[in-house]
Design a protein around this ligand. Structure first.
Ligand SMILES: Nc1nc2c(c(=O)[nH]1)N[C@H]1C(S)=C(S)[C@@H](COP(=O)(O)OP(=O)(O)OC[C@H]3O[C@@H](n4cnc5c(N)ncnc54)[C@H](O)[C@@H]3O)O[C@H]1N2
Ligand code: MOO
Ligand SMILES: [Mg+2]
Length: 424
């Protein structure tokens, strides 16, 4: 399905479907190098090793309550008018192991989390018991029958020995950290963060710390992309923006392609006189993969390869730049991190209101998800033009509107791609 450079010119581009373009890219970005880091530093990183349970968890019969370890059969005759008294033969704080065996007529005081002593098969809550000193012995009294197993967490209740707990490519969050800590994995093997070079093209761009000048704007795409790279699990390297100057951009991209795992640029991919990235990918310097996608925003989203590395030349329009990253760059980064699910998670929702724009291409409309009356609604942003920046921040999904000649009505089932909380 790959197209050659000659099949394209600036104005006659052959649009690829999003899926086809994603497939074309999918041969790039194999899981990369790994490194060992400390458990404390592993939050947000991607595991590169399989974690198996080296022991059952819990590893011993664990008391779930502060109370008394008993033999349930000793309590069989308990009732509201018959108190059974048991001799207290030990006290077991958490972290200690009793060397006593609970035999008929005896019990041991035990704390939550402590190992239940041999002989006992249940734990009685402290609040259910009474106490006395009787003929020089400390005794616990009980009026309720306790069934076997009560308040004891059995060995291996959570995890059996040898069970696979985490697989390579799993992003490490609080729950994973807890597993790693529990099994003593203090040095964690993770994939190195893919190193992604980012730069914007455009003579109109000012640095964020520069005062505004007539006709110019501050460069927001570079920082937005850097943030998206981080979110996707990569490490962004922000290079200085370049003016609309082809030789300059060419030198910069070629250099960056050697030094980084991939290069992401924004701007200059349309048909304008100064759209130099479009000219660059058509040059012999790189192998163009596509320069038109059947989608909106970002129809001019472009990609090229050189020596097995990828250049993602995204549109300069902020909305198109954002979507282009999520659909094409993010999966590449995710693949390098061993992720089995590199693409945004897809759900189905009901369109909250009529979507009136029509198009021959599939639209990825920024929007918000809301749950009402047990149904999930997708609410398109009020303004979703490709050139609009400010509503990106209010979006937690992309609503997929297939090519439509007419209004897409409220209540229609639509696919939504989750932008947040998409990690498992
Ligand atoms: N005659 C045509 N004109 C345009 C077409 C077309 O098909 N025929 N397509 C339009 C569409 S759709 C898009 S999308 C844009 C794509 O533009 P480029 O990718 O070439 O991007 P630029 O021309 O460089 O910039 C577009 C827009 O974005 C602003 N921009 C650029 N870089 C940044 C940045 N780093 N931070 C913030 N904003 C940025 C730039 O100032 C422009 O306003 O082309 C349409 N035109
Ligand atoms: O590339 Mo433009 O963003 O399709 O609208
Ligand atoms: Mg342009």
């Amino acid at each position: 399905m790959k197209q050659t450079n000659d099949e394209f010119d600036k104005f006659h581009r052959k649009p690829l479907q999003v899926k086809a373009a994603q497939e074309l890219l999918s041969v790039y970005g194999k899981p990369g190098h790994t490194e060992q880091i400390s458990l404390q530093d592993s939050h947000g990183r991607y595991l590169s090793e399989e974690i198996q349970a080296t022991h059952p968890f819990p590893r011993f019969r664990r008391s779930g309550m502060d109370g008394y370890a008993v033999r349930s059969e000793d309590t069989a005759v308990c009732s509201s008018d018959h108190m059974v008294w048991l001799d207290v033969i030990d006290e077991i704080p958490c972290g200690s192991v009793s060397d006593k065996i609970i035999t008929a007529g005896t019990t041991a005081r035990i704390m939550t989390g402590a190992e239940v002593p041999e002989g006992a098969d249940a734990v009685v809550m402290l609040e259910m018991t009474e106490h006395r000193e009787y003929e020089g012995r400390t005794q616990m009294g009980l009026k309720r029958m306790i069934e076997s197993g009560k308040n004891i967490t059995p060995i291996g209740f959570e995890v059996k020995e040898g069970e696979v707990l985490l697989r390579p490519g799993r992003r490490i969050h609080a729950g994973e950290i807890s597993v790693l800590a529990s099994f003593g994995v203090h040095q964690v093997s993770v994939y190195q963060k893919p190193r992604i070079a980012i730069f914007s093209t455009g003579s109109e761009l000012l640095n964020v710390d520069e005062p505004l000048q007539p006709g110019k704007i501050r460069n927001s795409n570079t920082y937005m992309l850097a943030s998206q790279v981080r979110e996707a699990g990569g490490e962004p390297f922000i290079l200085d923006a370049v003016m609309d100057d082809l030789p300059l951009a060419k030198a910069k991209v070629e250099q960056a392609l050697q030094e980084y795992d991939a290069v992401v640029t924004s701007g200059g991919v349309s048909v304008g006189d100064y759209d130099i990235m479009g000219d660059f990918v058509r040059s012999d310097s790189v192998e163009m993969l596509y320069n038109k996608i059947a989608m909106r925003p970002g129809s001019v989203t472009t990609a090229a390869a050189k020596n097995g590395k990828l250049l993602f030349a995204l549109s300069g329009n902020p909305g198109a730049c954002f979507v282009g990253f999520e659909l094409f760059v993010r999966p590449f980064i995710q693949r390098m991190l061993g992720s089995g699910k590199p693409y945004l998670t897809e759900w189905t929702a009901l369109l909250d209101q009529d979507y009136t724009k029509v198009n021959a291409f599939t639209r990825y409309v920024r929007g918000r998800l809301e749950a009402r009356d047990g149904m999930l609604y997708a609410i398109p942003a009020k303004v979703d033009e490709s050139s609009v920046m400010v509503t990106i921040k209010d979006s937690d999904c992309l609503i997929v509107i297939p090519p439509a000649k007419n209004v897409t009505p409220a209540g229609e089932k639509v696919k939504v791609l989750l932008l947040k909380g998409n990690t498992l």
